[in-house]
Design a protein around this ligand. Sequence first.
Ligand SMILES: NC(=O)c1ccc[n+]([C@@H]2O[C@H](COP(=O)([O-])OP(=O)(O)OC[C@H]3O[C@@H](n4cnc5c(N)ncnc54)[C@H](OP(=O)(O)O)[C@@H]3O)[C@@H](O)[C@H]2O)c1
Length: 343
Amino acid sequence: MPSTSNNTRIRLATRPVGNPAPDNFTIETVPSPTPAAGQILVKTIYVSLDPAMRGWMNEGKSYIPPIQIGDVFRAGTAGQVIASNHAEFAVGEYVTGSWGVQQYGLLTGPSEQGKSDEIRKVDTTIAPLETYMATLGMPGMTAYFGLLDTGQPQSGETVVVSGAAGAVGSVVGQIAKIKGCRVVGIAGDQEKCDYCVDELGFDACVNYKTDDLRKALKEACPGGIDVYFDNVGGDILDTVLTQIRRKARIVICGAISQYNNTTPVKGPSNYLSLLTNRARMEGIVVFDNAANYTSAAREMAGWIQAGKLRDKVQIEHGIKNFLPTMMMLFTGRNFGKLLLKVD
Ligand SMILES: NC(=O)c1ccc[n+]([C@@H]2O[C@H](COP(=O)([O-])OP(=O)(O)OC[C@H]3O[C@@H](n4cnc5c(N)ncnc54)[C@H](OP(=O)(O)O)[C@@H]3O)[C@@H](O)[C@H]2O)c1
């Protein structure tokens, strides 16, 4: 086994109130682990930054348990196998998983005896490693299943997506275009809006920070909205509700505008629009579709190869920059799928 350096890692120290701060985290360096029989050691290349991380820091019930105080901070990860005592994994192979914010992951592979850690081999000849964290990874799966299974867009319908230039939203809009829909994005920056229209082929994109959202949406969606894929919640969801069509489908994917609130989550006051329009609003959790990730990734890889689907990745550097990088998600300073390269 090659010698490895020490393992720098980040653990949750305390739970935040409002915006996370440095004293919520401990950064420490410990000897890097050694794989036992059935285990592999992976050198982390990328840590995925996801809005959900903020929710995992809170105590209380959610779709998965919170990160416990003292635990290595949970994160989607990608890396390269540097030592292996497992027959299915060879040194040099690239894998993705969820071994957290640390330089090395010690993972137990599948065996007859017990449960294995989450590890997926990825083929970097099909797409670069970054794409397996973006369109062919968790955000892409969220977009694919959330839009197609829950949003059920039909050709000719109008689909609106918020967080439109982000990891999930950009894929939602592109898949809706592939399905023959009129697509309108909502984003908080002109450069992001231009990218959605000029490069991703959206029909329009509204800047919620500078435009009158209600008026701009009315202009962009003159016949009303059939599918709204909501990544942000709050006032934007409330405004969209005023413009839905009969039998509209609203996919509740996330509510990033609410995650750092110190006051109760702001619910939609215009929800009676669901009644008058015989519409529905439904929440989704990507992990429910894990059994079907492979077939979805195959279809999306085909779209990538056909030039119909593309992703944008923003790479920041250094494990010690984890917190400021994560906070970029909440200020809109990320443009595309945000990754931290662990050098
Ligand atoms: N349900 C699931 O299984 C699942 C899985 C993955 C992700 N999600 C959710 O999907 C959403 C998008 O995630 P992502 O990874 O694709 O992130 P992202 O869109 O790449 O990044 C977050 C973006 O949110 C926007 N934003 C931040 N604060 C905002 C606010 N107050 N109001 C409106 N927009 C705001 C910013 O874009 P602008 O510059 O445009 O404001 C920012 O760039 C999140 O809500 C996340 O929790 C859900």
